[in-house]
Design a protein around this ligand. Sequence first.
Ligand code: FAD
Length: 509
Amino acid sequence: SPTLRLILGDQLNPLHPWLRAPRRDVVHLLMEVRQETDYARHHAQKVIGIFAAMRAFAQQLQAQGHRVRYVRIDDPSNRQSLTANLDALVRHYRAAALEYQSPDEWRLDALLRDWSQRQSIPCRAVDSQHFLTAREETATLFAGRQQWLMEHFYRVQRRRHRVLMEGAKPAGGRWNFDADNRKRWNGTPPEPPDTRPIHDHSRLWQAIESAGVQTIGHPQAEQFRWPLNRTEALQQLDRFIEHALPHFGDFQDALSPTHHLRLFHSLLSLALNTKMLHPREVLQRAEAAWQAGHAPLPAVEGFIRQILGWREYVRGVYWAHMPGYTAHNALQHQRPLPHWFWTGQTRMACMAQAIGQSLAHAYAHHIQRLMVIGNFALLAGLDPAEVHRWYLGIYIDAFEWVEAPNTLGMSQYADGGLLATKPYVSSAAYLQRMGAPCPRCHYDAQARTGERACPYNALYWHFWLRHRQRFEHHPRMGMAYRQLDRMDATTLQALRQQAEQTLNRLDAL
Ligand code: FAD
């Protein structure tokens, strides 16, 4: 009797030690189940992308001589739950043992742990060998601290993994080039061409639809643009390094006034989060591009910070605070999402662009997620649990371990400032400065009150007013309160009224 080895949809790493050589006494299990399509309402491209990548992975394993049992979404024997399928497969194969790679989501980790405890055969979790830090490491690093500063974590990782180091010092004498990385983009250099492969997955999409899976967004099934295996992911990495990395730093925080999908971002998050790529190889290639003189240090440092810093750090925050992290609501925000979160149909040009693009491509870059959509949600006091579910569904790269700390922590301040040093809010002035499409907006970015005033403006002041008690004495927020205190009573009253009217008609914006 064989050992069964479960491989989840985000564990598509052909370099895992499990897969070094085919063994007749091991059967690899991959399954497409409703349990996973239904825990959130996902973007159609996310479901297509993960299933298509799983299918390609299974085929590759079979071609290499591995034994694989693949359960398709429309397979009559599919019980549509991981554990119900495992029960059946353990019986079917008279399995001697069951092994799985530790899941990255708390939900699945708990499920498989509980299921394992009920089995009479030995069950064992092994490392997925993907991350650079262990699950619990971040909690240990920050033990006893109220604020978990990413910068501290990041420097520890730079030293430990010897990335961008010159002896004991950071390359270029600085750990952080953020201050150099805030340019506005005016169309030059041009956005690199989108060279991602094109796949036709219309048949898979039909199967997903016939199975009754409810999704959001456009499937783009006939022209599916995401890398779906390691070879394609490596190509995407190479092209990013070649064409976009040199400018990544300059325009890291930029928005586009016209429809540009990614500016100089990498589009690598799906490949990384499904483990087709290892973060170490991405870091090595970026560092090598700097050493070869192909990309400047601020760009390379800015990019490396995202992967060696933020990505590992948010995972540590997640594991230290689950379960329970997703229920935080420190600012007591309760408003439901306006309906246009599901259609992109709002007269705010920046929101229409960011949400419209998310629905069309299952992608928005970081500044759109944080400073356009997240900023608005926080200013408008939207319920962070609803915001979290929206983000968890809509992006191709959304897995809870990375999505939840970003949404609830960094973007919505729902954890009370554990992760973010300040709430990420701004008025229209910031958005305009970073290149948002304000010039073609129905609303006036300069106006604070009146019919055409940009909603971000009054909501921005309203946010500080309604959370005065919490933030007034915060060292990084004094500026906002000093500005408020200089306003006369009539101005304040007008701002308040404008904000309240806006909040009462969010659906109509
Ligand atoms: P690039 O800008 O090219 O960055 C390179 C890589 O760095 C990314 O692929 C990603 O792996 C990593 N990275 C960058 N920023 C972060 C970050 N803040 N946290 C963790 N990793 C980071 N990222 C996800 O992978 N999944 C999510 O569900 C997700 N949800 C988010 C929700 C909100 C509200 C915010 C503000 C950010 C979220 N992010 C998420 C982080 C980030 O926006 C995306 O990783 C990034 O936009 C993916 O596009 P890219 O591959 O082109 O990234």
